[in-house]
Every structure is written in structure tokens, then in C-alpha cells.
Design a protein around this ligand. Structure first.
Ligand SMILES: Cc1ncc(COP(=O)(O)O)c(C=O)c1O
Length: 401
């Protein structure tokens, strides 16, 4: 019996992770460069909030769109940090991570036959969730030569009568490119002209190096006022996560913001019928994370910067391997050319990734991120710094540096 889930892949990254975990269980050393899971512990404030929530009986059913205390805190965060003003916290929906927010948004927005313009490469699950909603992702190629920038002209060329939304992810997984204000304004103008939704995944908003992250909804409020501004605001759906900013990946807290009433109504229904509210204790932990002094985040950023340098040093100057210096997130995306395949005696990036896994080194082959990026490979540097130090030495050795 056919089912739409039969069209969804198992995900190569997960398969590589399983393989490395099995190797690790045999006592062999492994380097976890395949997944983007921050190595850091959560702050003391978060630990205390978890304990206190459990001890004070905060363990019962909660409103399915999030506890009011967290929603209020998120409204404040959105206003002060992202510069997004909301009439009230009613427009915020707490979700089971940004992944669940993506699921909800695509289910509530799309109908069979709709198209969504997505970058290629792109973190797989964002695109799979579009397919799960019976819609079609339409890829716009991000190229190494253009610094993996999302090009509004290329987006415009892909807009058709079936296009429902443009999906933007900045900072971008897997390349680490960060869209400029100008690019985001141009994309917004396109959406306005063609009456399209913009779904903006800002899960890595806090992991940026020497550039600034801009939120599309804030740019819209800055540029357009009155009825025109309100209409555009309703078309922007913003998605955020506690996983990367606060190293809370296992606690599963994310949120989305939408001003569109019909989408909001559907989201409430789907929240009720899927999770009926995010784990109450994790929501109290999220409040504490938002109130944690900025030093915790700054400390993590300092480490990421160091790891980025280590990876770039190890992988620069290898014939056939072309790393892209990321402005955000914690991935090193490398374009690969046939010279490297010849030298390693392999046929493609998949085989490079397999050969690395054989040596206990994790990676993610390019084609797990889209249909136009076979000749690439991604290394995550979210694992602990000592692992990055040792693992990058192994990587350089593997590539014959
Ligand atoms: C671009 C992007 N969006 C969303 C997510 C999901 O994050 P969460 O842990 O909040 O579900 C990820 C996770 O890697 C991601 O890379």
C-alpha cells in the first residue's frame, strides 16, 4: 500500500551517525563532524529552572500554543533583539523545535500542487517537509562562485502561477552563508509583487561571526507602513529555535510567528492534534535561557570561531577541495572537484564520505542537501573543541595534506 512517507528519504546524515555510533561502541575513536549538535552544556540558570519546574508541579497540561510566561518573554525577545514588534504574544506559537515549526507551517500553508522556492543546497528536512505537505520544492542553485548567496534574480526566474512561498534560511545550513539586508529586501519585494508568503528559518540567528543577522519581518516593518506594511507582514512567517542559540537541542523548543489569521487558526488545530503543547518543563527552561546573561552565548560563539579557524586551516590548500569560509552557523561546506576523486581513488563525494566514516570521521555528502550539489561535502564543527583539534588533524592526513 503506497503512502506519501515512502517518498521521504531516511537521511544520509542519520545513517552516517548510526555507523559512527556503532564504531564508537567498539571502543574506537570517532570524530562527530556529521551532525550539527552544539557540544555545550546548558547554562546553570536552565538547569535550575528545570529542577524548579519539576519540584513545583509544573508537570500538567499546558496551553497548546505555549505557556503565557514564555510567550510574553518571547514577545520581548522578538521586539528587543529581532526588532519585530507584535500587537501581542498571541501571534507566537511554541513548537517542538524549529523542525516541528516547519512541519506545521508547510501543512497549514500548502495544498497539493503548490510550489515553494528553496535554496539548493538546503538542510534536507526543510525540503522534505514541503514534500510531506504534497507540494513541490523548486530549487534555486546557490553557487560557490557567488559565495552561496541567495540571488533574487534567480528566484524571480522560478516564480510560476503555482508558487505559494519563498523559503529563506539565513544563516544557511549547510553553507554558512548569511544573506545581506539588501538581498532580503529584494526577496521581500519579489514576494510583495507576486503576493507570496516568505517562510524564514532563523534557527542560527545567534551563530554569526563578523556579520549581522537581519530578520525579514523586522525589515518589512522598517520599510513598509500602513495597510501595505500590514499586508506584507501577514505574508511573513518567521521560525526560531532554542537548539543552536542555547545548546538546548534535546529539550526540543522552537517557535514560529505569524500574523495571518487563517494560518493561525490552522496552526492551533494542528498543534492540538499533534503535540497538544511542548513539554512544560522544557518551556520553563526556555524562559531561563532567554534570561541567561549574554556571556553564555558569547562564550559559545568564541569557541565556534576557534573551531572554524581550525577546520579552515586543516582543509585549505588541498588540491580538489574548496572550502567556503562561513559567516554563520557551524559548518564547513567544501566544493569537491574530480581531481580529488582521482587522487583518493573514489567516484564521488558519497564515496569520500564513506571512506571517511571507515576511518571514524563523520561528514555529510553534498547530495544529502539537494539535487544540484553532488560534488560537495559538509563538515560540522559543533562537537567539542578537543575533538575538532584531533579530528581536523586526521582529516588533513586523510586528504594527504
Ligand atoms: C536550518 C535549520 N532549521 C531548523 C533546524 C531544526 O532545529 P530544531 O532542533 O529546533 O528542530 C535545523 C537543525 O539542524 C536547521 O539546520
Amino acid at each position: 500500500m503506497a503512502n506519501k512517507l515512502d517518498r521521504i528519504s531516511f537521511g544520509k546524515i542519520v545513517q552516517i551517525r548510526e555507523r559512527l555510533l556503532k564504531t564508537q561502541a567498539t571502543g574506537k575513536k570517532v570524530y562527530r563532524f556529521e551532525s550539527g549538535d552544539p557540544s555545550f552544556s546548558v547554562s546553570d540558570q536552565v538547569i535550575n529552572a528545570i529542577r524548579q519546574a519539576a519540584e513545583t508541579g509544573k508537570t500538567h497540561y499546558i496551553p497548546n500554543d505555549g505557556i503565557p510566561e514564555l510567550k510574553k518573554e518571547l514577545q520581548l525577545k522578538l521586539e528587543t533583539k529581532n526588532k519585530i514588534k507584535l500587537p501581542s504574544s498571541d501571534y507566537i506559537y511554541v513548537t517542538n523545535g524549529a523542525m516541528h515549526a516547519l512541519y506545521l507551517v508547510w501543512q497549514c500553508l500548502l495544498s497539493p500542487g503548490d510550489e515553494v522556492i528553496v535554496p539548493d543546497p538546503m538542510w534536507t528536512e526543510a525540503v522534505e517537509n514541503i514534500r510531506l505537505a504534497d507540494a513541490t520544492p523548486v530549487q534555486v542553485i546557490l553557487s560557490h562562485e557567488d559565495g552561496y548567496r541567495y540571488d533574487p534574480k534567480k528566484i524571480a526566474a522560478k516564480i510560476s502561477a503555482k508558487t505559494k512561498a519563498i523559503f529563506v534560511n539565513s544563516p544557511h545550513n549547510p553553507t554558512g552563508s548569511v544573506a545581506s539586508r539588501e538581498t532580503l529586501l529584494e526577496i521581500m519585494e519579489l514576494a510583495k509583487q507576486h503576493n507570496l508568503f516568505i517562510v524564514t528559518d532563523e534557527a542560527y540567528e545567534d551563530v554569526v561571526y563578523d556579520v549581522k543577522h537581519s530578520s525579514i519581518a523586522a525589515l518589512a516593518q522598517e520599510k513598509y507602513q500602513g495597510a501595505e506594511g500590514e499586508a506584507l507582514q501577514r505574508k511573513i512567517i518567521s521560525i526560531y529555535s532554542f537548539s543552536k542559540s542555547y545548546a538546548m537541542s534535546g529539550l526540543r523548543v522552537g517557535y514560529l510567528v505569524t500574523l495571518d489569521d487563517s494560518v493561525r487558526e490552522r496552526i492551533s488545530k494542528l498543534l492540538r492534534c499533534t503535540i497538544n503543547g511542548v513539554n512544560s518543563i522544557a518551556q520553563w527552561a526556555a524562559i531561563a535561557a532567554l534570561r541567561t546573561p549574554i556571556d553564555h552565548l558569547e562564550g559559545m560563539k568564541k569557541e565556534y570561531r576557534e573551531r572554524r579557524k581550525l577546520m579552515l586551516n586543516a582543509l585549505t590548500g588541498i588540491p580538489g577541495l574548496h572550502p567556503f569560509a562561513p559567516d554563520g552557523a557551524f559548518y564547513l561546506w567544501c566544493k569537491v572537484d574530480p581531481k580529488l576523486y582521482q587522487r583518493l581513488g573514489v567516484k564521488n563525494a558519497d564515496e569520500v564520505s564513506n571512506a571517511l566514516a571507515e576511518k571514524g570521521i563523520g561528514s555529510a555528502p553534498g547530495d544529502s542537501f539537494g539535487i544540484h550539489c553532488h560534488d560537495a561535502i559538509r563538515f560540522a564543527y559543533s562537537c567539542a573543541t578537543p575533538m575538532v583539534i584531533e579530528g581536523t588533524t586526521e582529516l588533513a592526513r586523510f586528504f594527504g595534506k
